[in-house]
Write a protein that binds this ligand. Structure first.
Ligand SMILES: Nc1nc2c(ncn2[C@H]2C[C@H](O)[C@@H](COP(=O)(O)O)O2)c(=O)[nH]1
Ligand SMILES: [Mn+2]
Length: 217
């Protein structure tokens, strides 16, 4: 009979795997040092601490912190499934639900087990205002990271698809304010890069296609 403490340490080791699961979206785009899933959830948890009552009235930010830290937990078992993987939402949900049950079986305290599983279900089903804000943070954290990779790896405009796939999907005006600032910062960076290096690929933001001056001339 495996002791409860033994099972808890097994749970801790399984979720510890999130420190090594690289985010698929970046791996597919050959980012040099792609972040892990836990990196992504950590910053979302800190972003949740920035949700002031003035801008986010009636939002329980402590619950947002918990939702941020749990929302991708299943990926320690099923991996980080990206849209490019072509796995249906139903299949992804089933795999992640089985993973969350496997993790829950390692937590003897029923209240704790129910809390963690409940948080994951709440995010999956977007069944609270807090879950909807955290979904916004999920998208915002990703595009902020995309911009940072474009700067750090000198790949201006190359991660445009992350911006295209999230454009217009932010629900909360407070997060949209952050998105607007990020777009402004990115535009300034793209202009700086294109003015310093006219031969650099010019991003046609309207059609989101990239053309080099030599090709278009
Ligand atoms: N290339 C793209 N990858 C994307 C896009 N949207 C999400 N993703 C990646 C990012 C993660 O690796 C994974 C899922 O992220 P979750 O936080 O939802 O688990 O999919 C995109 O537009 N392009
Ligand atoms: Mn996520």
């Amino acid at each position: 009979m495996t002791s409860n403490v033994t099972k808890l340490l097994e749970f801790m080791s399984k979720i510890g795997q999130l420190k090594r699961v690289k985010r698929t979206g970046w791996v597919l785009r050959r980012v040099q040092e792609p972040e892990s899933v836990s990196d992504h959830m950590y910053r979302m948890a800190i972003m949740s601490m920035l949700l002031t009552p003035e801008k986010y009235p009636n939002i329980d930010k402590e619950r947002c912190i918990k939702l941020a830290l749990v929302h991708d937990m299943a990926e320690c078992i099923v991996g980080d499934i990206a849209p490019a993987d072509g796995i249906s939402k139903e299949e992804k949900h089933k795999r992640e639900q089985n993973a969350m049950s496997e993790l829950g079986d390692l937590i003897a305290d029923e209240e704790t087990q129910k809390e963690i599983h409940g948080l994951w279900e709440e995010y999956e089903h977007q069944s609270s205002e807090e879950a909807k804000v955290v979904k916004d943070l999920d998208r915002f954290e990703m595009v902020l990271q995309a911009h940072e990779y474009e700067v750090q790896e000198n790949r201006p405009g190359e991660l445009q698809d992350f911006f295209d796939s999230t454009k217009g999907k932010f629900q909360h005006p407070g997060v949209q304010e952050w998105v607007d600032q990020l777009y402004s910062n990115r535009d300034k960076h793209l202009q700086t890069k294109s003015s310093h290096n006219p031969k650099k690929q010019k991003l046609d933001r309207t059609s989101n296609t990239q053309a080099t001056d030599s090709e278009s001339s």
